[in-house]
Design a protein around this ligand. Structure first.
Ligand code: CU
Length: 185
């Protein structure tokens, strides 16, 4: 009797062993997912900046006269951008070569994408939050900046241009104007 059951016992033992291995793997994955979720929820990213998307045009740093590129006291450049269905403001962004460029951007309505081709700048504009990205351009030229988050029917027409000009020329222009862009030039 025991002889006839031996293969079944072996099969059952192996089956159990693999069931335990699979259960342990599943439990580890669930624990990892739970930890990541709870950790993210309880410890948000080091810097979350919020802004009211309904009053962007009325007050604060994203009012229209404050958009565009600003030469900072430390020599870097800060570019403020607003995305809305279906354009970016400014539509043509002017930046210098060989300079740290920080973008601060947000959305006035829905989620938009913020990507500058050929750079590390690739983020989302989420209404209610300020997105920041820092980059630098070595050569003069032009880069496309398409919205790459589907934002409704006009999405494919939503893009801006980043025009990179010589640093000395940019500095001269910045002496006359508080905020720079290349719209209508
Ligand atoms: Cu968009």
């Amino acid at each position: 009797m025991s002889g006839s059951h031996a293969p079944d016992d072996l099969a059952e033992r192996l089956e159990r062993r693999w069931a335990i291995v699979a259960s342990v793997i599943s439990a580890a994955l669930i624990a990892a997912a739970a930890f990541a979720g709870i950790h993210q929820a309880t410890m948000p990213q080091s810097r979350v900046e919020m802004v009211d998307p309904t009053t962007l045009h009325l007050n604060g740093e994203f009012i229209e006269t404050n958009l565009g590129s600003a030469l900072q006291p430390d020599g870097s450049v800060m570019v403020r951008v607003v995305g809305q269905q279906y354009s970016f403001t400014p539509q043509c962004i002017l930046v210098p070569t060989q300079t740290p460029i920080t973008f601060r951007a947000t959305s006035a309505d829905v989620i938009h994408g913020f990507l500058i081709e050929g750079t590390n700048v690739n983020t989302m504009l989420v209404p209610g939050f300020v997105s920041t990205a820092t980059t630098r351009f070595d050569q003069p030229g032009e880069r496309h900046m398409p919205c790459h988050e589907y934002c409704s029917i006009g999405h494919e027409g939503m893009w801006a241009i980043v025009r990179i000009i010589d640093k000395a020329q940019f500095t001269r222009m910045a002496a006359d104007r508080r905020r720079l862009d290349c719209v209508k030039q």
